[in-house]
Design a protein around this ligand. Structure first.
Ligand code: PLP
Length: 415
């Protein structure tokens, strides 16, 4: 990044962070995804790794993420919806895929035809069996027990009936029960005893299933926080999302401390710079007024791009230095106080909201917006192009991956 702007001749912004003609982008690094998958796999081995790419890969691109994950050795891909799974199949992803959140409209026949495993919490079981029967093709299912999260999953009370019915369908050759899973509620707070209670309920549910004649090869429980903090929750496979994207699930441990690298960098350039007098109000509601003469930078990203309206004093790197946002984020833009009426910052200077070598994380934006890094990365909007720039290929001197838009200069600071 540029360092002391006064002493250096300036490289046009377009040749540093963003490719020619690109006004804003979320730059996605498959090398970071591969690194994170390998790091997590090394923690959980011999357990297998399922990488969650729901919600378009937490905003990174489901196909980009799934490809990188499989390249790095991920065994399974996980999504919420069958439609998300079908999109992966359409893109040529052949790895095993599990989809676990269904509605009365879900097309289970298509799931079976495209070899998508389905998670089953209750009512889905008979529908899946009926679809398998008419297709004359057995469905692979993973039964889900609610061990305490209170969201999806079969209740403990209904579990004996569900496993009995599943065993019947399996005996008729309509389904194959390959997995039993549950989801943890507080694994991001490793000391809470509710995780122990959930694991206890899970073990009992496995026992009940066993007694009903179901022996499964994939017992899976752990999300990213449990992959790192609860080895007793690894079982046969972990289902990891946020860590794969290089984000920490813990409030008190950074991604770097976990050995993870952020895979998304959100960039644009300064759209305007102007001097203002003390007392100048900023943005809708005039919730912020500067208390001294200063200069303001206009950042051309807003809540229409997924930058939370509620974020205040959020960190933003401009031309290599970190400043803070001021006033409300609007639909298309927000303002950064440059803290100096004679600022060297100019129109066109590089802006990084988070990621890359900025030292700013999506978690920092989460804190500024009363939310978490998961929501920040996942909600980056459709108006922001995703540029896939493989830092490993850049380092090896190959430009960019075949499906990528090349981003000259994006390798800066990533040595
Ligand atoms: C999203 C999701 C995960 C991954 O959670 P992370 O905290 O992102 O690792 C795992 N299991 C289920 C059922 C999920 O919905």
């Amino acid at each position: 990044m540029s360092t002391s702007p006064g002493t250096q001749s300036r490289v046009p912004a377009s040749s540093r962070g963003l490719p020619e003609g690109c006004e804003r982008a979320a730059i996605i690094d498959p090398a970071a995804i591969r690194h994170n998958v390998e790091t997590i796999a090394s923690y959980v081995r011999p357990a297998k790794v399922m990488v969650a790419v729901k919600a378009d890969g937490y905003g990174h691109g489901a196909v980009t993420t799934a490809r990188a994950a499989v390249e790095a050795g991920a065994d399974w891909i996980g999504v919420a919806h069958v439609t998300e799974a079908i999109a992966l199949r359409d893109a040529g992803i052949e790895a095993p895929v599990l989809a676990w959140l269904h509605t009365a409209q879900t097309d289970f026949a298509e799931a079976i035809e495209r070899s998508v495993d389905v998670g089953i919490s209750g009512w889905e079981l008979d529908e899946v069996a009926a679809a398998a029967s008419s297709l004359q093709t057995p469905a692979n299912v993973h039964l889900k027990i609610d061990t305490g999260l209170g969201r999806n999953g079969c209740t403990v009370a209904d579990w004996p009936q569900l496993v009995a019915r599943a065993a019947e369908h399996q005996d008729r050759g309509l389904i194959s029960v390959v997995g039993i899973f549950t989801h943890l509620a507080v694994a991001d707070e490793p000391d809470r005893r509710e995780t122990d209670e959930q694991l206890e309920v899970y073990r009992e549910a496995l026992q009940v299933a066993e007694e009903a004649g179901l022996s499964v090869s994939l017992r899976h429980v752990a999300n990213t926080p449990a992959a790192f903090s609860r080895p007793d929750a690894h079982f046969d496979m972990v289902r990891v999302g946020v860590g794969v994207y290089g984000q920490s699930p813990f409030a008190d441990r950074t991604a770097e401390e976990l050995g993870l690298r952020p895979a998304m960098e959100l960039r644009t350039t300064v759209a305007n710079v102007k001097r203002v007098p003390a007392g100048q109000g900023i943005s809708y509601g005039l919730t912020h007024r500067v208390d001294r003469p200063t200069a303001l930078a206009l950042i051309p990203l807003g809540y229409g791009d997924g930058v939370p309206r509620i974020a205040v004093h959020a960190p933003v790197q401009i031309a290599g230095r970190v400043y803070q946002s001021a006033g409300r984020v609007a639909m298309d833009q927000f303002v950064v106080d440059l803290e100096d009426p004679d600022t060297p910052v100019q129109v066109g200077d590089d802006v990084v909201l988070f990621g890359g070598d900025s030292g700013i994380s999506a978690a920092d934006w989460g804190r500024a917006a009363q939310t978490i890094n998961y929501e920040i990365i996942t909600r980056i909007g459709g108006r922001v192009p995703r540029l896939v720039v493989d830092s490993a290929e850049l380092a090896a001197g190959h430009g960019s991956t075949s499906d990528a838009v090349s981003a000259p200069g994006a390798e800066e600071g990533r040595a």
